[in-house]
Design a protein around this ligand. Structure first.
Ligand code: NAG
Ligand code: NAG
Ligand code: NAG
Length: 495
């Protein structure tokens, strides 16, 4: 894939500056809040560490950013010495920004959290294309770079944590082509997720059948849209989504239609198992200044709703709009408190604050509808995880929680579940390693031996193996009547 750098300037002369923002009268469509007007860099890549710090970085060959390297350092490897930081750590709780040192180019690179919780980031562009970089989740840690970490150069790569025993080297299934003729990859960028995987208890199910897995791919645009955008014609993006049960013997795509057209959207799995489709544009494509009509409204995809009627739209819900366009090089990431952090957008060459879609250095959060006041009162609070947060496969876990609210809402098997969310690494409209596991549940009971009668216990089972949950850190949530708790971090030990 080659990015076109030559087409930007002529295109900006033609401006359709409208953007799509369907306003919502109340806040039931969620709400937005600006967390930081400038973090000093444009958030092209984003990851969450187990200490709840966001690590975000840009490419590092784009000249000055708006934040300098720590301790007055300068990068002497570049032709003109660069004293600017291109990576920062952000604390969503305090909104503190700490500049970090990356000396090689990370443009369009990939990453994942190692089982120990270290952010491993790989590849990039130019001198960075074979570099592997490590960042530990600690107070004043900075990047360590291994210049020859990769055997082959990797630009626009992706990372996925695999189970330790992944050794068969066999193609297991071939899938049918997604119908409709829409392209989903750069520059016709769509997005995709592995939908929540529902685990069954090894106590009741002694077979070794793996759980069903489904993928959902949404948005994108026709294959020639980028050529047309280069010529000044901005084609509407696609509304289509395809959903495929990848574990079926003969799977078929189930096609659905989003209520809004979208290219360059991000798809973020929420702790409830629903999918937030956010960021991007309604016309044009990814790339340099070739998108129009930013889509400011996220759309919620209700994963388990059945499809009713010919229009097939009842799984989708249009949510409250932001005011900030998030186009090429923008990102989104789930936080442990259930909010979604959104940043980035730089369809320009270098940092340019005077184009129609200026380089954006801000971070904002979206509060999904489950955090709004009418639901808020039933937001559960996890008080303890027993025997502890270090988990072994198949182990029984007791999650103690308090349902919130004035009146003790009924708590029962049918309105409680627990999920584990694997933190992802997001860039270019894709969240690598993103996964939600719905844990097998053995029951809910009112806690005993506690002063508070609110105390409840949900008994769940840890995932059965590395095939469904590779070793590493996960955010554990309890969901009560559709409202998730804040996450507690747990770690599955490697075997
Ligand atoms: C920003 O982009 C505009 C429009 O393409 C261009 O005229 C201007 O020179 C750019 N500014 C910088 C600082 O690169
Ligand atoms: C970034 O720095 C430039 C140059 O100093 C300045 O013009 C611009 O307003 C700054 N942007 C933000 C968002 O702070
Ligand atoms: C939700 O509840 C918390 C704690 O009671 C409160 O601080 C917060 O303002 C509430 N949020 C909304 C949207 O009402």
């Amino acid at each position: 894939m080659v990015e076109k750098t030559s087409v930007l300037f002529q295109l900006l002369a033609i401006c359709f500056c409208s953007s799509l923002a369907l306003s919502s009268e109340n806040y039931q469509g969620g709400k937005w809040k600006l967390l930081k007007r400038s973090i000093g860099i444009s958030a092209m890549h984003m990851a969450l560490l187990p200490n709840d710090r966001i690590i975000t970085f840009d490419r590092s060959d784009f000249g000055p950013s708006n934040i300098t390297l720590p301790q007055g350092k300068c990068n002497l490897q570049t032709s003109s010495s660069d004293c600017y930081a291109h990576a920062v750590e952000f604390d969503p709780a305090t909104r503190n920004v700490r500049p970090l040192t990356i000396l090689t180019d990370t443009w369009c690179s990939s990453g994942a959290l190692s089982p120990e919780g270290v952010l491993v980031q790989s590849g990039g562009y130019g001198l960075g294309e074979r570099v592997v970089r490590y960042l530990k989740p600690c107070l004043n840690c900075d990047w360590k770079e291994d210049p020859n970490g990769l055997v082959s150069p990797r630009w626009y790569a992706s990372n996925q944590i695999l189970p330790n025993d992944y050794t068969n080297h066999r193609v297991i299934r071939k899938y049918p082509v997604l119908p409709g003729g829409v392209s989903r990859n750069y520059p016709s960028t769509g997005s995709s997720v592995l939908l929540p995987v529902t685990l069954s208890s090894s106590k009741t199910d002694t077979t070794t059948t793996p759980p069903d897995a489904e993928v959902l791919i949404c948005g994108g645009t026709l294959p020639d849209s980028n050529q047309k955008a280069d010529a000044g014609v901005f084609v509407p993006a696609s509304k289509s989504c395809g959903r495929l049960k990848i574990t079926s013997e003969n799977p078929n795509w189930e096609m659905e239609e989003m209520p809004l057209n979208r290219v360059m959207g991000d798809m973020i799995l929420l702790p409830t198992g629903d999918v937030l489709i956010i960021n991007g544009a309604a016309k044009g494509t990814a790339g340099w200044g070739v998108a129009r009509e930013p889509v400011l409204n996220p759309v919620l995809y209700h994963t388990i709703n059945p499809i009713i009627g010919v229009k097939k739209i009842n799984r989708f819900e249009i949510l409250s709009p932001s005011t900030i366009p998030r186009l090429y090089h923008s990102t989104a990431h789930l936080l442990s408190d259930g909010r979604v952090l959104v940043g980035g957008s730089n369809p320009n060459i270098n940092y340019n604050f005077s184009t129609n879609y200026p380089t954006d250095l801000s971070l904002e959060v979206f509060y999904p509808p489950y955090l709004m006041s009418n639901n808020n009162k039933s937001r559960p609070l996890i008080t303890a995880i027993k025997p502890g947060v270090l988990l072994e496969y198949k182990q029984e876990i007791l999650i103690e929680f308090e349902p919130r609210g004035d009146d003790l809402a009924y708590v029962g098997d049918n309105n409680i579940y627990a999920t584990m969310v694997a933190p992802s690494f997001t860039t270019h409209s894709f969240s690598m390693n993103q996964r939600v596991l719905v844990l097998a549940m053995d029951g809910v009971s009112v806690g005993v031996g506690k002063a508070s009668s609110r105390n409840h216990i949900v008994r769940v089972q840890a995932p059965t193996s590395g095939a469904v949950a590779p070793p590493g850190h996960y955010q554990l949530f309890v969901v009560h009547e559709g409202t998730p708790s804040k996450a507690m971090w747990v770690q599955i030990k490697g075997s």
